[in-house]
Ligand binder design. Structure first.
Ligand code: ADP
Ligand code: MG
Length: 240
């Protein structure tokens, strides 16, 4: 089936099996370019498995995954790595910063795969997340919220079409959660597609659509919460 021009991801009948366990079980999902999707569901329901497949870190055992029309499920590691570097920005709950590199070096590191590292671009990315004055700090000299903002800068450095964030606020206090979410709103307003796994109802409600996973399947989809449009949806409506 061809993907529409509007779809950034088109996922059809995807399963990911580990022996007899189906971490994902016949999942189909289309994501519009520029959409903000929240993925929620109990622990073990397949959220990270789905993110890893969309993020080119894992492949399905069945089904097709199209990113901008390209078949990710047919790709081997060199090709997947290329897509990861060029199209996708990843944000993790546990940050995954290199501990002996400072903030700006961690951001530059993501450019090594792409082009010659450019400190000015890395500093600009840190400035966007309000972290320029911490550029020479090591991860251990930064709070959790500051580390996550460095991770967001790292995710942005190659100008990705899509940001995939797996529990991005899971280790943050409320103030830093707010900072990261406000920044996601800026990205969304700028047209970036956001796919965010979260346990937090407030964070989930920022998305235009919530996908609820249970036992590896999409149990239901919610547009907004309790029939109320989500904040992302409201922004879209106001813009129209
Ligand atoms: P979630 O992120 O929603 O907590 P996951 O996607 O991490 O769930 O996991 C879904 C299911 O797949 C769980 O039962 C988990 O134990 C299983 N699983 C995930 N990764 C592996 C793996 N590498 N080997 C075996 N089972 C796995
Ligand atoms: Mg998970």
């Amino acid at each position: 089936m061809a993907t529409t021009d509007e779809s950034i991801y088109s996922i059809q009948n995807v399963s990911r099996r580990y022996g007899s366990l189906a971490a994902l079980d016949d999942v189909s999902l289309d994501i519009r370019r520029g959409e903000w999707i929240s993925i929620v569901g109990p622990s073990g329901s397949g959220k990270s498995t789905l993110m890893n497949i969309m993020g080119c870190m894992d492949s399905p055992t069945e089904g097709t995954v199209l990113l901008e029309g390209d078949r990710l499920d047919k790709m081997g590691e060199p090709e997947l790595a290329n897509v990861r570097r060029n199209k996708i920005g990843l944000v993790f709950q546990q940050f995954h910063l290199v501990q002996h590199l400072n903030a700006v070096e961690n951001v530059e590191l993501a450019q090594y795969y792409h082009s010659m590292p450019d400190s000015q671009e890395a500093l600009d990315a840190l400035e966007r997340v309000g972290m320029k004055d911490r550029a020479t700090h090591l991860p251990r000299e930064l709070s959790g919220g500051e580390q996550q903002r460095v991770c967001v800068a790292r995710a942005l450095i190659n100008h990705p079409d899509v940001i995939l964030a797996d529990e991005p606020t899971g280790n943050l206090d409320e103030v830093n959660e707010r900072i990261v979410i406000d920044f996601f709103h800026q990205l969304h307003d700028g047209g970036t597609t956001l796919i965010v796994v979260t346990h937090d109802a407030e964070v989930a409600a920022q998305g235009e659509r919530q996908i609820i996973l249970e036992h590896g399947r999409i149990a239901r989809e919610v547009i907004g919460v309790d029939g109320t449009p989500t904040k992302g949806q409201k922004n879209r409506d106001e813009a129209e």
